[in-house]
Design a protein around this ligand. Structure first.
Ligand SMILES: Nc1ncnc2c1ncn2[C@@H]1O[C@H](COP(=O)(O)OS(=O)(=O)O)[C@@H](OP(=O)(O)O)[C@H]1O
Ligand SMILES: Nc1ncnc2c1ncn2[C@@H]1O[C@H](COP(=O)(O)OP(=O)(O)O)[C@@H](O)[C@H]1O
Length: 212
């Protein structure tokens, strides 16, 4: 969404993303984790962040539960509110990308359209959509927050997977089997993919891995 007020002009900073990346010693990127509630987005995003941090990378996790207590406190779970939630997160993620940070987002982000819009805000190579594949039955069995039980009892309306849709990504950059594989295996899968995409470099991984 562009600001149409002609008095609002873009300020071009002297210090650009590329300068920050040189200082950081790594590229920035957006790792967009998507999946059902309980699929493992948060757990995996934080575990990947820990690994990246150990490697000396600048990182930040934007997490659904936390962001909804601040920036998006005015939003609920209607389709409209979820779309606005994801729009705001996408803009924040874009700013953090400019700040040179490897940004990990952990939102259900149930709609294909908003995920595509998030991707299109930045360059193709900067956005990595990671689908946390976990069957509804497994998420429901985990029921880490007791929300599925409440949703089944009708105490929560518009609950994703129960009474609100989740559109499975058709062309994610990466699928992690969070319903089947161990957390450690999923972290390895993501880290290997980051090397493949040139976000982190193998020598850096090898060098730092010896220290931990
Ligand atoms: N109705 C409904 N549907 C789904 N989830 C619900 C709902 N109400 C509350 N919660 C809790 O909010 C977390 C999801 O927030 P998100 O911002 O990720 O959702 S969305 O992307 O805007 O769809 C989600 O967190 P996760 O379990 O981490 O996904 C839930 O804890
Ligand atoms: N491979 C895995 N990846 C991530 N979480 C996993 C995995 N296997 C089991 N889990 C468990 O599944 C639950 C996922 O919860 P959470 O990370 O809060 O999911 P979400 O953020 O998608 O709601 C946690 O209890 C976690 O320990």
């Amino acid at each position: 969404m562009e600001n149409t007020d002609k008095h609002v002009v873009w300020h071009h900073a002297g210090i650009k993303r590329a300068h920050r990346e040189v200082l950081n010693g790594h590229r920035s990127a957006i790792l967009w984790f998507t999946g059902l509630s309980g699929s493992g987005k948060s757990t995996l995003a934080h575990a990947v962040e820990e690994r990246l941090h150990q490697l000396g990378c600048r990182t930040f996790v934007l997490d659904g539960d936390n962001v909804r207590q601040g920036l998006c406190t005015d939003l609920g779970f209607s389709d409209h509110d979820r779309r606005e939630n994801i729009r705001r997160i996408s803009e924040v993620a874009k700013l953090m990308l400019e700040a040179g940070v490897i940004t990990l987002t952990a939102f259900i982000s149930p709609f294909q359209m908003e995920r595509l819009q998030a991707r299109q805000l930045v360059a193709e190579n900067d956005f990595i959509e990671i689908y946390c594949n976990c069957e509804l039955a497994v998420c429901e069995r985990r029921d880490t927050k007791g929300l599925y039980r409440k949703a089944r009892l009708g105490e929560i309306k518009w609950f994703t997977g129960i009474s609100s849709p989740y559109e499975v990504p058709q062309h994610p950059d990466l699928v992690v089997e969070t319903g089947r594989d161990s957390l450690a295996d999923c972290v390895d899968t993501v880290m290997q993919f980051l090397v493949l995409r040139g976000v982190i470099e193998l020598p850096r991984v090898r060098e730092r891995a010896d220290e931990y």
